[in-house]
Design a protein around this ligand. Sequence first.
Ligand code: IPM
Ligand code: MG
Length: 370
Amino acid sequence: MTKNFKLLLLAGDGIGAEVMRETRRVIQWLGKHRGIVFEMDEDLIGGCAFDAHGHPAPHSMITKALAADAVLLGAVGGPKWAEVDYAHRPEQGLLDVRKALGLFANLRPAICFDALKGASSLKPELVSGLDILIVRELIGGIYFGEPAGIEDLGNGQRRGVNTQVYTTAEIERVARVAFDLAVKRNGRLTSVDKANVMVSGLLWREEVQKIGEADYPHVKLDHMYADNCAMQLVRAPKQFDVIVTDNLFGDLLSDAAAMLTGSLGMLPSASLGAADESGRAHALYEPVHGSAPDIAGQGKANPIAMILSFVMALRYSFDRQEEADLIDKAVRNVLSQGHRTADIADTEESPLSTTAMGDAILNEMNVLNV
Ligand code: IPM
Ligand code: MG
């Protein structure tokens, strides 16, 4: 009996619904032309879930996410929910899902598409061919550390606290994911911390070093301070291959890395949990870009980051490399042919709509599928 893959689609807020619609067409294409049938379910997350259920990550949605082979997520948040109390803000929905699914390893590739190297804020020669991978720890560190909160000190004074905390096990599991990926790529790993200021960073550095020496002697491991890494990323980004770092530094550095590719609206990400005995791991795939409320509902959004997030699901959750390569190639070809949505178009071009970009990619998939 062939098992169908179970996908949960969480379009979320803003442009999420539009980019998810195009991705759904790509998924359906695979059923029709490649016989890979996905059982698709959908649900709400973020602001829309708060509106419907009073919570940005309702239990019923988390239950579905836990049962799925992979979750595809659009984006969360928007000005509509600016006044919502802190515990119920849309972003909390995302943090809740990450935590509930144990998604400790966040893979954020920063790839410079050849057709777009002119769009980078850096000189084309600095970014041309750029292909780095940031592995960000996603469910620990200062994002989740206790104690956390705002306390009233009296006299009109308050005290806000967050705690940066890591254990050996938390460092080890994400470091192993990064080492394994480095082995599959070019055998180089840069671990990023602030060991010169924070003891949690010192522990990070020591634990990563230990694992490298014990189990990955052939990976060339370097350590770098986070501030220097930020500087090196904008100075000479091609010196990096895989970067592993904590939750907060990973948040910052991955935005910088994404922007310097000139393709912020095009980058996907994968968040992975630990594999169980059967090899199955919880996983969530989402574009790096946000909900872009300013253009939501106008058919202007670029669906490529969402589609490439599904491509990552094909690679990491479903082991369908051939189909992943086909869709990847279709996206690259469409870009080389000059198709552009507004975010990547030159001012004189009249840009494609979200759906027209979806059409172009599906057409190219038909061409490649011979
Ligand atoms: C990201 C985002 C999130 C984060 C926000 C929306 C909670 O910036 O995925 O990088 O800080 O992790
Ligand atoms: Mg971020």
